[in-house]
Design a protein around this ligand. Structure first.
Ligand SMILES: [Zn+2]
Length: 460
């Protein structure tokens, strides 16, 4: 099956090479336009095919590693028996403690935003520079960056942790791992300690389903809900609030070990996901207008394919800086699986090196944080703005659930030209982070406050 996929990929690469060489024959401009379009379509179709291959290959890898461990008699013991006894129920204890229930989504306290379809939630503009002293604006992304980027990793590939930690150390960025919960804790190759370390190091640990929709007896509700509960029970400080759809929202299992499992209850459900998660990641590109992000189907580019390719507008990273592009200022999400070769690791290094070059313009943060920010921003409003000679106070409110949405928004305020250098920001009488930036000779305060957390006062 996998070799077949490799084969079809090679054939389409060959077709691509042929169509590329055909482009050198000085065609008419119309033919050229058609060919460029065909080329883009071929490339995009190939990206989708490759994304499908990535996820199937990833599951086969896990399957093969497990088989190898079972076949090795020395490690069989280690594989099947946890090294420390699990906490057990006491004799005579017949109690049941219900896991914490997620809040119910309701107007003013939404768990996630509905699909905007083709209607923009707001107008996408460049960075804002409020005109008058004391004027305020809410930044589209944290730290007033142009765009946002999140790197995510699916399917519990513990063997790559050393590499991802090394990259994180080198650049100072944090990743998001989406876990298959029922794979964890059965062997020294993938146990909860690995994921506690990821959390303790500041990375995000979120859900990729209980069984990756690979168990005929399971059904979608428990795939989502049980994985959420299990990860939170097993890890200190875990907050599982986002999901990556196993096999993508369309549950495309082709080529994977789970392909024969086709019942409806082993398929993804957007409606179910909406009850338990504030955002859900898909497995395909393409990039989209940031005002039209569907937070229950966030596009993601598999293995950052075409990240550096201007011919691939659905995946070309620098299009987020181009005001003429529909990708302008958007949230770019990538996902990886296993990194089986040094070449695969070098591809990651190349992507990260490019991000470092443009980091001044990009907010690089874990998936859940950006999903929180984006939905808070899309519904945020300032009210009750009061100004004195050297203070501004106001309320910042959004439509999102306060228990789940605690990501600070970045706000900007124009300071006087003769600013005396003093600046303090308080929310509900507690100090908040603040700094200044200069644009065209004028000074602005940049500060971070959380929606619906009380009165904000800026003193200068
Ligand atoms: Zn997966």
């Amino acid at each position: 099956m996998i070799n077949l996929k490799h084969g079809s990929l090679q054939i389409s690469l060959l077709a691509l090479a042929l169509s590329l060489s055909a482009c050198h024959d000085q065609p008419t401009s119309q033919t050229q336009a058609t060919q460029t379009q065909t080329l883009a379509q071929t490339l995009e179709a190939e990206d989708q095919q490759a994304a499908l291959y990535d996820q199937a290959d990833s599951l086969w890898y896990l399957e093969n590693e497990r088989a190898k461990r079972l076949a090795s008699s020395e490690s069989a013991q280690d594989t099947l028996i946890p090294s420390t006894p699990m906490p057990k129920r006491e004799v005579g204890d017949y109690s049941f403690t219900s896991p914490p229930v997620p809040p119910v989504s309701k107007p003013g306290q939404l768990l996630n935003l509905p699909d905007p379809g083709n209607t923009a939630r707001f107008t996408v503009k460049g960075l804002q520079w409020p005109t008058n002293v004391g004027d305020l604006s809410i930044s589209m992304w944290a730290k007033d960056k142009i765009a946002a980027f999140s790197l995510t990793i699916d399917d519990n590939h513990v063997q790559d942790h050393a590499f991802w930690y090394e990259m994180s150390e080198q650049y100072g960025w944090k990743w998001t791992w989406f876990l298959i919960a029922n794979q964890i804790g059965w062997s020294s190759a993938d146990h909860w300690g690995h994921w506690q370390k990821a959390l303790d190091s500041g990375h995000e640990v979120q859900s990729h389903g209980q069984t990756h929709l690979c168990d005929a007896l399971f059904y979608t509700f428990r795939e989502y809900r049980q994985s959420q509960v299990e990860i939170e029970r097993n890890l200190a400080n875990a907050k599982v609030r986002t999901l990556a759809y196993p096999f993508g929202i369309n549950t495309d299992k082709r080529g994977s070990p789970c392909e024969p499992l086709t019942s409806d209850r082993t398929k993804n459900s957007r409606a179910e996901a909406a009850k338990y998660f504030l955002a859900v990641r898909d497995v395909y590109g393409a990039l989209n207008n940031p005002a039209k992000i569907d937070y229950l189907k966030v596009p993601s580019v598999s293995s950052s394919r075409n990240f550096l390719n201007p011919q691939a507008p659905w995946a070309y990273f620098d299009s987020v800086f181009n005001p003429a592009s529909t990708n302008y200022r958007t949230w770019y999400v990538v996902h990886y699986h296993n990194l089986p070769t040094e070449a695969a690791k070098n591809d990651v290094r190349q992507v990260l090196a490019h991000l470092q070059e443009v980091e001044a313009k990009v907010w690089i943060a874990p998936f859940t944080q950006v999903a929180q920010y984006g939905q808070e921003y899309a519904t945020a409003q300032m009210s009750n703005i009061q100004r004195t000679a050297n203070t501004v106070s106001f309320q910042l409110k959004d439509q999102m659930n306060d228990a789940w949405f605690d990501q600070p928004l970045t706000l900007k305020m124009r300071l006087p030209d003769a600013w005396n250098g003093s600046l303090s920001v308080q929310q509900n009488a507690r100090a908040r982070p603040a700094r200044t930036v200069v644009n065209e000779g004028k000074v602005y305060a940049l500060f971070e406050v959380v929606p619906d957390r009380g009165l904000v006062t800026v003193a200068y």
